[in-house]
Ligand binder design. Sequence first.
Ligand code: MSP
Length: 509
Amino acid sequence: MTRTYYLTTAIDYVNGRPHLGHAYEKIAADAIARYRRLSGFDVKFLTGTDEHGTKVARAAEAAGLDPQTYVDRLSATFREAWDALDVSYDVFVRTTEERHTRTVQRLLERIRDRGDDLYEGSYEGWYCVGCEAYKPEKDLVDGRCADHPGLEPRWVVEENLFFRLGAYRDALLAHVEAHPEFIRPDSRRNEVLAVLRGGLEAVSVSREGLAWGIPIPFRPGATVYVWFDALANYLTGLDFADDGEDLRFWPADLHLVGKDITRFHCVIWPAMLLAAGLPLPRQVYGHGWVLAAGGQRESKSAGNVTDPMELVATYGPDPLRFFLLKEIPFGKDGEFSRERLEERYNSALANELGNLLSRALNMVEKYRGGIPDPGAAREAAVVDLCDRAVIAWRHAMDRHQLDEGIDAAWSIVAALNNLIQAREPWRVAKDPHRAEELSGFLYALCEGVRIAACLLQPFVPRTSLHVLQRIGAAGDYGAPVAETAVWGRLVPGTRVVKGEPLFPRLQPT
Ligand code: MSP
């Protein structure tokens, strides 16, 4: 039976248009989803938008629009961005959808009916609208939230419905300790362990004065706290409210989220699931941040926000995908700058990959008129390096080490470029006694390029398809790598397509 694989991104607040940090996460999740599909899994890939809460309500007000009109407009910009970046999501959840309302209400009722985890109480404390969470006084720096120093926390006093989070502390701690893979990377796991060891306070799950939210069926006038609402989206996408067939995808294999919201996913969300009697996700991965050049976090007030759509319009989706996935060691923070993107575009994509393809195809065309028959000439070293690249690629991708996955595929590109220099096939072509050697070498170049293109699919899908088409192997695109990343599939005699340069060099601006 085909194994299912359910992965999700965070769902983005629609208090502004998508920025590069949002794009990074969706691109990374897309690479993982594509890898799993290529590995034969039945994949469900969810993303979406988080549309309730104070932050979004305020943004709508500032835009002079009623909240629903505002979120409709903004949510569409996220979907457009992910489509332009070839993010191959299967489900897009909006938290203002009716199916989501029913999911949240059903989850709450289920928790209420199973015990006494929901209770009446009162709370007062500092609320950070940026985090959409109460902040303990000790976590404030000069009276401000460390992640949102531009926002003034509000002192909020509320009669609320509470969720007895503390009741799940021991079970969560035991789970995290027993399952090292539950939270990745280790730095995030250690943070969560420290939080759990420090003890957990109850969290309020209702908002009394906020109309922009999901009504709590058994509490007139109250709406659901935005995080409680948002986290349930991972069930909405599987038709939880209707006991949908897709529930076979639960538990999720991977929640990919930023390091700032790992705690919500590793503490509150699993506690909600335990309280509802549902199985826990297999893994939460807290990725790092994309920072502006100089290491600043992008923010509107600092005026350093990069619009991913503008980058796609200028360079195309693959150079941006390649840059973000290759340059940021997965799990860590990394810097983005347009200069560096252009530099990598020219040096890696145009010079290394683009040149390799055009040199290989030109020689095949010029010396053999199509993919040559290698005859008895087998380039054992190239076969071997491709085999090793496939193993390294799988090893990296199974651990979501996307940068290492690119490196593995690239090891073939780099080795073939070096071999062309070292072997000087244009000289070999002049000697009729070395015809078989030349055929073997040209065939090996084509096979190496084909296998590299197969391994590059998760990262630069359009480019991979293009390369495979040019080399007469379009049928390999999207097919299981167990079949395609294997030496000897190219059929001698296949016509190659010389075509235009893959990545025309960018001129310095
Ligand atoms: N709506 C919540 C998530 C709810 S999930 C049930 C939220 N939204 S967000 O728009 O603020 O962030 C969405 C995702 O983008 C988060 O995973 C966040 O960590 C990520 N990023 C936001 N800025 C980022 C960078 N600069 N770099 C990388 N990812 C960052 O939190």
